[in-house]
Design a protein around this ligand. Structure first.
Ligand code: ADP
Length: 255
């Protein structure tokens, strides 16, 4: 298959203004095939904005987003074939059951008959959805909704996965299962995953991008990030939280 040095996700000078408010400024990075990258930053730093632009759901004010060599604006249809995107709050279409949702998206993706069933079986298994396939998505727990979102994102076996806070609201067991899945998937795919749970990063990612107030303030390996001690310390130093605020754990002991 392809060259492992091929760039699969590229942000080239991305900026986004919401009105006159600058949400992200001149963000550039490129992620080669097969890498799992954690996208970190405080709430409001610009992670979701960047991920929406990379996924083609939001237009950049400046710069270019490229997935597997395809410009997400100019070659959108081709680019989305290569991409699975898990939005921050999981899937929409709350009135559908997971089965209906997966059928619907499978058909949209061009699968039929036996092949469609096979893909649905595969993602249902991978995301452990068997027990809830016939329940309306609106009645599912947050953990299950996230898994439905992940199943939808993986349905067409995309080479690139972009996931926005996939473990938010999951319990520790669900988080552990999720990590196992990501590590498995990472063997074949290129993954960008945003989180503000720092421990999670160490468990899954080889590389870290850290964004603060719309700017990329760190791009390097976990080892480099931890050079001066812990990952928590690096995060506080790079985001300025360590200076005047008292240290707090945003997760409040939830995980
Ligand atoms: P993160 O995902 O890191 O929490 P976001 O990308 O969601 O950050 O938000 C970055 C900044 O842009 C925040 O200050 C947020 O309030 C602002 N923002 C996000 N979406 C919009 C929008 N649709 N209109 C105006 N401001 C927005």
């Amino acid at each position: 298959m392809g060259d492992s040095s091929m760039t699969m996700i590229e942000a080239d000078g991305l900026s986004k203004y919401y009105g006159s408010f600058m949400a992200i400024k001149d963000i550039s990075f490129s992620i080669p095939k097969g890498q799992i990258v954690a996208f970190l930053g405080p709430n409001g730093a610009g992670k979701s904005t960047t991920m929406k632009i990379l996924s083609g759901f939001l237009a950049a004010s400046k710069g270019k987003a490229v997935i597997a060599g395809l410009d997400v604006r100019d070659e959108r249809l081709e680019a989305v074939k290569k991409l699975g995107y898990l939005p921050e709050n999981g899937p929409l279409y709350n009135d559908m059951t997971p089965m209906e949702l997966l059928r619907f998206f499978g058909e949209v993706r061009g699968y039929k008959n036996h092949k469609l069933d096979e893909r649905i079986d595969y993602v249902t298994d991978l995301c452990a959805l068997q027990q809830v396939l016939e329940k309306p998505i609106s009645k599912l727990s947050r953990g299950y909704r996230q898994r439905v979102g992940l199943a939808q994102a993986l349905l067409h076996d995309p080479e690139v996965l972009i996931m926005d806070e996939p473990t938010a609201g999951l319990d520790p067991n669900q988080i552990r299962d999720f990590r196992t899945n990501i590590s498995k998937l990472g063997e074949a795919k290129t993954i960008l995953i945003s989180t503000h749970i720092l421990q999670e990063v160490e468990a899954v990612a080889q590389r870290v991008l850290l964004i603060n107030e719309g700017r990329l303030v760190f791009d390097g390996s976990m080892t480099e990030l931890k050079q001066d001690g812990s990952i928590e310390k690096a995060f506080y130093n790079l985001t300025g939280y360590g200076k005047e605020r008292s240290v707090h754990n945003e997760e409040g002991g939830e995980v």
